[in-house]
Design a protein around this ligand. Structure first.
Ligand SMILES: Cc1cc2nc3c(=O)[nH]c(=O)nc-3n(C[C@H](O)[C@H](O)[C@H](O)COP(=O)(O)O)c2cc1C
Ligand code: SF4
Length: 456
């Protein structure tokens, strides 16, 4: 079925040359939404965003207006409020925020002005991933321009609203995208996540109420103020509305990003926008929402991409980073690759995550290199079980979820072919696809002293 026509909202100017300058932004009516917002009451702005149905684009899909409403009133918690912009964008397969920051930085700054007005913050930090050197430079220049223009500073756009914005570069740790870890890092400490509650909206940066929002979430705010909640709700599914930037990578002919309405079917993303499967080989698996999400089999290709629709097929929309695998991929090799990343990036505070991520990576390495054991699958599922819901942050769950989706056929009955491939590796003591030569050397065991369950 042909897709309904769609007019870009978030990237409408981002691909035009020179759009990163204030002059170009103003020529398209830039900061008009901020002017409108500054004439509104904060509670009205929060209600507007609630009514629009905007859900956070950072991963969890939490309703944005509702999150803003959690900031306590000053008579209950006095002192400053902060906005922290999550520009860490480190989830493998995800590269959407960088195009907003590099292509249309004033759109983000306008979203920041409106959000700060809504939550009563006079200071905002943009926490940007260390590797985004170009994005940081462009943003710093845009912030300077905005101060000169009076869109930031002591009297924002001639009103009595005061706002300072600082660009803060991270040092390249994946975990600093997790919101509490971002705050710890921003405060100058090692980027360790914190236990919630208290939630950052009540106790956040420097102990004060703080809202953390993703870059793309905030880029949606000026158009909502400009065109209204009903317009926003009319784009895509009613329970999951709005414009969306989708990323697609892996085995497609034209990897990249595209903006469309929420609810774009996977098939359209892969075939209409990304040119179809690389080398015209059969599709084997789809990771729909960044490397933490549960894998899908090819028969799910007509699933719409959205927070609610992907839940129905037991996976998640996450950061909208779709990774496509054709039949040249070995399931064990691909999982080993993902698990090496998580084992490396675990911050190490919680035992199930620190140990579990490392054990999983080692077990999949051993299976791929010809050292698979009969009890491996049961052990892996046991480890995953112990990694779910038992740690400070959900990094541990995110590590276990793709593995469970491949092996746990009780909960993912459609994914039996993935598990069968792992079983074949174990049975044949090699990679049946020949991705790696069998090089595994069995370790010498000290009988009776090391529990076989712990030997990975
Ligand atoms: C391990 C981990 C990494 C994350 N990385 C990012 C990230 O790079 N960018 C992001 O916006 N959110 C990331 N998140 C989600 C944030 O914790 C948070 O939910 C989000 O920034 C909230 O913004 P939103 O409500 O606008 O989506 C991550 C979460 C976890 C658990
Ligand atoms: S779950 Fe993992 S990443 Fe999160 S705090 Fe614990 S050890 Fe760190």
């Amino acid at each position: 079925m042909p897709l309904p026509p769609y007019e870009p909202v978030l990237l409408r100017h981002a691909n035009q040359p020179g759009m990163h300058t204030l002059e170009a932004y103003l020529s398209h009516g830039g900061y008009g939404a901020a002017r409108k917002a500054l004439a509104m009451k904060p509670a009205e702005l929060i209600q507007l965003v609630k009514d629009s149905g905007l859900r956070g684009r950072g991963g969890a899909g939490f309703p944005t207006g509702l999150k803003w409403s959690f900031v306590p009133p000053p008579d209950r918690v006095p002192g400053p409020r902060y906005l922290c912009v999550n520009a860490d964008e480190s989830e493998p397969g995800t590269f959407k925020d960088r195009y907003i920051m590099e292509g249309d930085p004033h759109l983000l700054l306008e979203g920041i002005v409106i959000t700060c007005r809504a939550i009563g913050a006079n200071v905002a930090y943009i926490y940007i991933r260390g590797e985004f050197a170009l994005g940081a430079k462009i943003l710093e220049r845009a912030v300077e321009e905005a101060y000169r223009h009076g869109a930031l500073g002591q009297s924002v756009l001639g009103t009595d609203f005061r706002l300072d914005v600082t660009v803060h570069r991270g040092a390249g740790a994946y975990i600093c995208g997790e919101e509490t870890s971002l705050l710890t890092s921003l405060e100058g400490n090692r980027g360790y996540p914190r236990i919630k509650p208290p939630f950052p909206a009540v106790v956040g940066a420097f102990g004060q109420p703080t809202i953390i929002n993703n870059v793309e979430t905030l880029a949606n705010v000026p158009p909502i103020v400009e065109r209204g909640a009903a317009w926003f709700k009319s784009i895509g599914p009613a329970d999951d509305p709005g414009p969306k930037i989708y990323c697609v990578s892996g085995h497609v002919k034209k990897p990249g990003y595209v903006e469309h309405a929420m609810g774009l079917p996977l098939r359209a993303l892969i075939h209409d926008f990304a040119g179809g499967i690389l080398d015209d080989r059969p599709l084997k698996a789809i990771i729909p929402g960044g490397s933490s999400s549960q894998w899908l089999t090819p028969d799910k290709i007509d699933t719409p991409l959205g927070f609610e629709s992907l839940k129905k097929v037991r996976t998640m929309f996450g950061s909208a980073g779709t990774i496509v695998m054709n039949d040249s991929v070995c399931v064990v090799d691909a999982l080993w690759n993902i698990l090496r990343f998580y084992a490396h990036e675990s911050c190490g505070q919680c035992t199930p995550c620190r140990e579990g991520s490392g054990w999983l990576a080692k077990i999949f390495e051993r299976i791929e290199l010809g050292g698979g054991r009969e009890d491996d699958i049961a052990n892996v599922l046991d480890i995953c079980d112990n990694m779910r819901g038992k740690t400070i942050c959900v990094f541990s769950d995110a590590t276990a979820m793709p593995v469970q989706s491949v092996l746990d056929v009780k909960n993912y009955p459609d994914n039996g072919a993935f598990r069968a491939e792992v079983e074949e590796h174990i049975r044949r003591k090699c990679c049946p696809m020949g991705k790696h030569k069998p090089t595994h050397v069995a370790p010498v065991r000290q009988h009776g002293r090391i529990s076989p369950r712990l030997v990975v």
